[in-house]
Every structure is written in C-alpha cells, then in structure tokens.
Design a protein around this ligand. Structure first.
Ligand code: S3P
Length: 457
C-alpha cells in the first residue's frame, strides 16, 4: 500500500494519514476543536469482562453466548489463544459463542500463544495453564508486553507449585509454562492488581486445596463475580477471598451474558464533555461496578456536572447511563484506595486536571510505570507539549492546571489510552493537535475515531 493521505474529515478539519513502518500501518489523525459536542454514545463491551467471559467459559461445560463482546485487538488475542488450546469459539461481530471444553478439556497448543498487547490475556492464561498437568505452553506478546514485569504472577504461581520460567529470571515474556500439580495456600497480594488476583484464582481452579488471597484484593472483581455465577465455590469475606477447587471436571456452568459498556472507554467522553465549553454527552449502559467507578468519583470531586440514570443490573454487574455536561473543574488530590478504581483512566484524568483551575496531585500510582507504556513519563511529556505545567514524580505527577492548551504533535507510543487522551486534548487545545500512532485505539476501542467524528458539531 502507498503512503499518503487516506482519509480527510474536510468539514471537521481532521485528517488521517497512513504511513508504514515495518509491518504495521501508522495512522495520523489531526483534530481541531469543534464548536459543540453532543451525543448519546453506546459503549463497546468492557474489556476486562470480555476477556474473562471467554477464558472462564472456555473451561465451563456447555455453550455460552456473549453479546456486546469487545471486538478490540486485546480480546481477539484472548479468543485466538483459547482456540489454540482446542476450544471452539465462534464470533459474529460483537456476539461470541464459546463451546466450553470443561475443566479438563484444554489441549496442548502446537505453537506459541501470542497475547499481542494484552497483559490481561497473558497473565490470566499463565494462571490457567499453570495447573494443566502434563501440558507445555509458551506465552508471548508484542514488544510492549514483552517488556512488562511478570514476576508478580510468576512468584506466587511458583509458590502454589507451578513451573514457569521466562527471560530475566522469569520476569519477562516469553513465559514457558509446564503444567503442574498445584496446591492451595494463603497468599497476601502486595499490589492491588486484578490481573495477579485473577491469575491465582484461575490457577487454583485446577489445583488441590483451598486458595486464600489476602492483602490488596481491592482490584476489579469481575473474576470473582463470574466464578460465583458459574457455580464455583468462592467466598469473599472482607478483603479475604477463598476459592475451593471443584471436585469434578464439569463443575463450571456456562455463563451467557451481555457485556456492560466499558467505563474505561466512557471516561474519554466524560472528560471531553467536562472540559469542552459547549458539551453534553450521554454514555449508555456503562458498567458501574464500584471497583471501576473511581474516574466518576474523581470527576465529581473536581466539580464535573454528572448525572447517572437508568441504573440496573446486566451480566451480573451494576450498569447505568452517565451524562456529563460542560463544567468548571478544579484541582484535587488523587491517591490511596481510589487509585486501583481509576488506574486506566489516569491519562485522561490528567488531561482533565490540566484543564482545571488549580493544582492536581496524583500519587500512589507507581503501577502507571508498568502499563502499556510508562504512563507517568508519556502522559507528562504529552501534556507538557500541549503547554501544561506537569511535574512527574516516582508514583504520579503534579499538574498545575489552568487550561490554555495549544495544539501539538503527539505520539501514542502504541498505547491505546494515550492515543485517545491526545484526541480528547485536541477538542480543546487551540489550533490543531496531531496524533501519531492513532491506530493504537484498536486495542480497546476500534470505533473511537468514528464516534469522535459523530459527536462534533
Ligand atoms: C485489568 C487489570 C488492571 C488494568 C488492566 C486490566 C484486568 O491491571 O490496568 O487494563 O482486566 O484485570 P492490573 O491488574 O495490572 O492492575
């Protein structure tokens, strides 16, 4: 394919350009501030729930139908890996049918399992595969995923009897997993990571004896909810989680569900509406699980005008519609127990802080350093390029606020949440904002650029 301009949003003053570097097409989008933002947005399915719906139903006995499945690159990696393990999965747009193979039905993969950019795929699968006695598998991913730390799952899985290894003493993928006989035990989670918590729970499904998790179990709880709904013996008692492995291979019932909308994707529209001077946006069917609503709490705290309506339960999760209007934001402190509840939304919340009056401090967020990029470094440098005063710290950043952003040339660095954050910045920054690596949105929100075009007036 030739390089050059491949798309132009003429009236919108936004353009996309495709270039080629090695195998991947690099897209460029140029955004200028619109007069108004208006619209109702029905969201793509939640990424964390979509992954888990495929992984857990793969080892259930029977067929599950998942609707509003997120057909982003990360969740498609999960489907491909599960298929490589011998499980039949069919996809028709955003509906997915998983023909569960039962707890003993996975087959040894004939090749390396490629998790792409997805930490959730790699870490949850590592847990699941650790207990497949006699099975050998290798998990890898793209350059970003291969650079991310895996000791956080490798060490506790080894403590349960797992045999795992990888580069850098087992800390980096590719990870080799030789399925072993696992035992239960007690493990105190040192960081609030739902991926680590879930990897251990999935491993324990295939082991002997109860696993008890204590410590920082406060990450998102979709795995616990789904396991309970599928009939697993799981008990949550304050901050302790106990999982007793089923004693027969067909113990897990399939779980059909409609995946609720992803609050991490909705957050881009919430911030867009709050920082734009003439905006009103409603996101419908948002997952309002309390382990995921930190961004709403932080935005409310900053003075955002937010209305939550139509609250209901869907797919075992609380769901509602969230409307946000143009608001006068002020700076706040984001720290402590709030951090795991908004960890993925911090890039776009940092943008909101740059548009707020007064200083915002983000702390206790070391985890940002080991996401798809080092999001303290990448967010601070992007916001600085937009004219904001940002002081990065070890575990967060201080953002001076005050608005007056000016358009800049920004890069996603292959990080989906950065690509979307810079696009939202372009809605308020004077002049034009150019986002390089715009295709990164495909990881979690393939429709993002189309929705952005639709809500501009
Ligand atoms: C996820 C957990 C979080 C989050 C990631 C998805 C999950 O990561 O940042 O995007 O689906 O379990 P950690 O477990 O590393 O906090």
């Amino acid at each position: 394919m030739k390089g050059g301009w491949i798309a132009a949003w003429c009236g919108l003053r936004a353009v996309a350009r495709a270039m080629h570097s090695h195998k991947k097409t690099r897209m460029i989008h140029t955004i200028a501030p619109p007069r108004r933002l208006r619209g109702d947005i029905s969201l793509p399915g939640d990424k964390s729930i979509s992954h888990r719906a495929v992984l857990l139903n793969a080892v259930a006995t029977g067929t599950a139908e998942i609707t509003n499945f997120l057909a982003g690159a990360d969740c498609l990696s999960t489907i491909a890996c599960v298929q490589a393990l011998g499980v039949r999965v069919e996809r028709h747009e955003d509906a997915v049918c998983v023909y569960g193979a039962g707890l003993r039905g996975l087959r040894e993969p004939v090749d390396v399992l490629n998790c792409g950019n997805s930490g959730t795929t790699l870490r949850l699968l590592a847990g699941m595969l650790a207990g497949q006695e006699g099975m050998f598998s290798v998990l890898t991913g793209d350059a970003s995923l291969r650079s991310r730390p895996q000791q956080r799952i490798v060490a506790p899985l080894r403590a349960l009897g797992a045999s795992l290894d990888g580069r850098d003493q087992g800390n980096r993928a590719p990870l080799a997993v030789r399925g072993a006989h696992l035992h239960g035990g007690v493990y105190e989670l040192p960081i609030a990571s739902a991926q680590v918590k879930s990897a251990l729970l999935l491993a324990a499904l295939f082991g002997d004896g109860t696993l008890t998790l204590t410590g920082r179990t406060d990450g998102r709880d979709h795995t616990e909810r789904m396991l309970a709904a599928m009939g697993a013996t799981i008990m949550v008692d304050g901050s302790a989680i106990h999982l007793t492995p089923p004693d027969c291979p067909d113990a897990l019932q399939p779980l059909s569900l409609q995946v609720p909308g992803d609050p991490s994707s909705a957050a881009f529209w919430w911030v867009a509406a709050a920082i734009h001077p003439d905006a009103e946006i409603t996101t419908t069917g948002v997952c309002l699980n309390p382990t995921r609503t930190g961004a709403l709490d932080a935005l409310r705290d900053m003075g955002a005008q937010i209305a939550v309506t139509n609250q209901r339960v869907e797919g075992g999760e609380p769901v509602g519609d969230v409307a946000v209007r143009s608001s006068r934001l002020h700076g706040i402190v984001i720290e402590g127990a709030l951090i795991p509840r908004l960890i993925d939304e911090l890039p776009v919340l940092a943008l909101a802080a740059a548009c707020a009056e007064g200083e915002t401090t983000i702390r206790d967020a070391h985890e940002l350093r080991v996401k798809e990029t080092d999001r303290i470094a990448t967010v601070a440098s992007g916001l600085t390029a937009l004219g904001a005063a940002v002081e990065p710290a070890d575990d967060g950043m201080i953002i001076a606020g005050g608005g007056n952003l000016r358009g800049a040339m920004l890069d996603s660095h292959g990080d989906h949440r950065l690509a979307m954050t810079w696009a939202i910045a372009g809605l308020v920054a004077a002049g034009e904002t150019v986002v390089h690596g715009a295709e990164a949105v495909d990881v979690s929100y393939p429709e993002f650029w189309n929705v952005l075009r639709r809500i501009r007036e």
